[in-house]
Design a protein around this ligand. Sequence first.
Ligand code: ARG
Length: 578
Amino acid sequence: MQTIKKRIADKIVLGVKRINPDAEINAQEVAGMLEYPPDANMGDLAFPCFKLSKTLRRAPVQIAQAIAEDFADEAVARAEVVGGYFNLSLDGAYLTRHTLANVAQKGEKYGSPENGDGKVVVFDYSSPNLAKPFHIGHLGTTVIGHSLRKLHEFAGYRCVGINYVGDWGTQFGKLIVAYKKWGDRETVENGGVDALVDLYVRINNAISGNEELGIPADPALADEARAEFCKMEQGDEENLELWRWLVKLSLKANDEIYAQLGITFDSYKGESNYSNEMPVQVQKLRDAGLLKLDDGASIVDLSEYNMPPCLILKRDGSSLYPTRDIAAAYDRKQLYNFDKSVYVTSAGQSLHFAQWFKVVELMGYDWADKLVHVPYGTVSINGAKLATRTGNVILLRDLFALATEKVASIMEEKNPDLQNKEKIAEEIGVGAIVFYYLSNTRMKDINFVMEDALSFEGNTGPYVQYTYARACSILSRAEGVEKGGKPVISAPEEVALAKVLATFEEKVREALDTYEPSVIARYILSVAAAFNRFYHNCTILGAEDAAVKATRVALTEATKIVLGNAFDLICLKKTEKI
Ligand code: ARG
């Protein structure tokens, strides 16, 4: 659509110049001003002339008329002036031909705005606190973060994905206490994530008490945990040895989730790595006169910017979350010299980011304006009975397993002979969760309804993945169909599909500009809807006319490519058979 818009824009500019030869307007701007009319009767594209009314000192209708005069283009079937709008209906055959050629030529790159120019973008996402369960609260940062990274990669940026794991902090003190009290090496080693979660839940119940389970609160345990962590900070080898082992086990457990999602990272440099670099940044803050003492703690006063103070050092001199983030950001600038550094976390951390971004700016770092925080809303679950052996925490692993199990039973009914069933059920089950989540705008608070997410009908992951598999299945039976001829249009559904396929790049740009993977998820739904309408109304492989058949196969092929490219952007697997 970009190229079609561009050629139309060139001609609109000619029209404008007829009114005023000196008018300062270029085709790029005009192309950006072209709108999609809300109603198909008004055409496919519309140019709103009132936007030029002021500079040209003419009524919008007059401008529209001047543009319409002598307007002719191969891509346009009909052009008319309606009020202050210049409305255009595209030529279906031209659009289809142009789009099919474009998709076929660009293939895996089709849809890329190719505007990244190799600039470096760092993404900090997922970044769970280790030793704690990996739960549904982590889904957002993990899949939104990875999608944003994929979108940037697709556009030609060089991306660095960092899993800034929370591998330091009192949670390790707790786990060490729990392990020393109730654990043994063998059980934990063999029990993996379950054993760790059990210990974690048990110690938290013991510290805060749990009425339901009849466990009294024992606050002394919290002191013990702090003491164990303190020993870690002071370099106690026994605890550090335990810590390294626990970190390793947690990372391994999390890797299983990442593998299910098809996610990999370039770096796992977590919070524990910054103990040496922090003092350097703290000293800089001090030298710049930014640090203030407040009841023994060191803070940066941000009242001038309407924010509470940013805490840098606790009373006992130990560092805090913002301190570590500042040190890590500095380190990343040195390591990667990024053009942009993106952090994806829940909106609950927005203030934290606003605060330390401000501190970095006050420190005079010229890269302060390259830091971006991308927040998202909360997730809850109802309607589904999930094992909540961890209190209120629902493990992502359990959610994926449940979805996989349900999909497997649906598939058993629909297609009992399918090969490789388990793997496919997992791809669809996990995809269902991911798609359900990403089809909402990121700031929306989401309430999971499992039945809705897993349905093969409606706007779900299984539905779009099934549509992809349907296209694959048709193509696998289309051998010997002569392709490459001039497309022949014989049904409106063909053009309607081509039109949707033509707007992919625009959607990718929109998703990039707004940091919204949901734009891609919803675009996938519109491709699936257009393709299924085409599939139901047009005979593809059975078409009698060879040229008609070739066109339809080519449309199916283009759909497969576009859906596949879009799936890659939002962590959906391209499952060919369901
Ligand atoms: N570990 C933190 C948490 O689980 C998220 C870290 C986000 N990244 C960052 N650079 N602060 O809440």
